[in-house]
Design a protein around this ligand. Structure first.
Ligand SMILES: Cc1cc2nc3c(=O)[nH]c(=O)nc-3n(C[C@H](O)[C@H](O)[C@H](O)COP(=O)(O)OP(=O)(O)OC[C@H]3O[C@@H](n4cnc5c(N)ncnc54)[C@H](O)[C@@H]3O)c2cc1C
Length: 333
């Protein structure tokens, strides 16, 4: 396994659970990539039909299954409230409900300028993405997996068209199958997959408990409570401020007050840029590498939402050799 973000950790855990011999190699530490800067909203509904739809449909069910297996995985099923043009108010899919001003006030009593109508998705949740990753790595290790941190994979070693292992900064590591789960950096090892680096900003704030109760989403901004007295907000990165400048609280983007109440006791602690893996057509790229027997890739946006489902299905494909119908339309080709 190349990469110990939430996707690699999940594949590693599920493969170890099936009895596979697993080695997880990471350039730094588990959760240090996009996962560590993730807003970590688990979306219960996916509006756009497409290659990832079956994975999305399984996402919340798979989180409930994972949380039942691993007590260290805690999902905060607080639901989401979307308004201001973030999502259409009509023709709602199952699981999405239009709510009026009274219902909005009950769900989010502290909004400064509450809308007249919003979409409420009660099945949405959120996790601490690093704690979830750590829990899966720990569970993989309990089942015999080996974690090799601080080691970068520099390439695959391929012998007669078949993967023999990986070249790393600490030498060769043998493996009968290699999964590239190294997030946005999959493009470094395999540029032909067309996975781009897509920056986004995570702002950390401190505020009174219960100020924000659901996941509040308006165009270009998501905000939620973290459950430990903090708040996080995800903002699109436009590139005009460098990542180093953003780290200073005074340079962090001030969250839009339609979503975060303007209160003296809300303080911006800092902001960081995370590099999301973004497949060219927006669809997950999950499956065997073309032309390299034993090579496999798992790169997707919404990786926190999809990790439990993708991890279980990829592990079953690798260990049992049977194609998962949910993944058939996600292949690299
Ligand atoms: C601000 C922000 C908000 C987001 N919000 C959401 C959200 O609400 N919901 C959601 O589902 N998703 C969200 N995402 C996206 C989500 O975080 C990512 O899709 C997910 O974390 C990707 O996980 P990953 O394991 O594929 O990659 P990463 O977490 O990037 O992990 C890749 C790992 O590979 C390692 N690595 C890289 N190259 C090498 C190498 N050569 N050798 C060894 N190791 C290597 C890195 O050190 C890293 O640990 C958000 C992302 C950001 C930045």
């Amino acid at each position: 396994m190349v990469g110990a973000g939430i996707v690699g950790a999940s594949i590693g855990y599920h493969a170890a659970r099936l009895g596979a011999t697993v080695t997880i190699v990471d350039r730094t530490l588990p959760g240090a990539g996009a996962t560590g800067e993730s807003f970590a909203w688990i979306g219960a509904t996916e509006r756009a039909p497409g290659p990832g739809a079956a994975l999305h449909a399984a996402a919340t069910r798979e989180y409930r299954r994972l949380a039942a297996e691993l007590p260290a995985v805690h999902v905060r099923w607080a639901g989401s409230l979307q308004f201001g043009g973030r999502t259409p108010l009509g023709d709602l899919e199952p699981g999405r409900h239009r709510v009026d001003a009274g219902q909005i006030a009950a769900l989010e009593p502290n909004l400064r300028t509450p809308p007249a109508a919003a979409v409420h998705v009660p099945g949405d949740g959120a996790v601490d993405p690093v704690a979830t990753t750590d829990a899966m790595v720990a569970a993989a290790r309990e089942r015999g997996a080996r974690l090799v941190p601080g080691t970068a994979v520099t390439g695959l070693r391929v012998v007669r068209g078949r993967v023999a292992g990986v070249e790393t900064t600490s030498g060769f590591l043998e493996g009968g199958a290699v999964v590239l789960a190294n997030g946005a950096d999959v493009a470094v090892l395999c540029p032909s997959l067309g996975v781009a680096r897509s920056p986004a900003i995570l702002v950390r704030l401190a505020g009174p408990p219960d100020l924000v109760r659901t996941i509040v989403a308006i165009p270009d901004l998501d905000v939620r409570a973290t459950g430990d007295g903090g708040l996080v907000a995800a903002v699109e990165y436009t590139g005009e401020t460098s990542a180093a400048e953003l780290a200073r609280p005074r340079n962090a983007p001030a969250p839009d007050h339609r979503a975060v109440p303007r209160r003296d006791d809300v303080r911006v602690l800092g902001a960081r840029v995370g590099m999301r893996p973004m497949p060219a057509d927006g669809n997950p790229v999950i499956g065997p590498l073309p032309a390299v027997h034993g090579g496999y890739v798992a790169a997707t946006h919404s990786g926190v939402t999809l990790a439990p489902a993708a991890g279980r299905l990829v592990a079953e494909e690798l260990v049992h050799g049977v194609e998962a119908p949910e993944l058939v339309s996600c292949r690299p080709r």
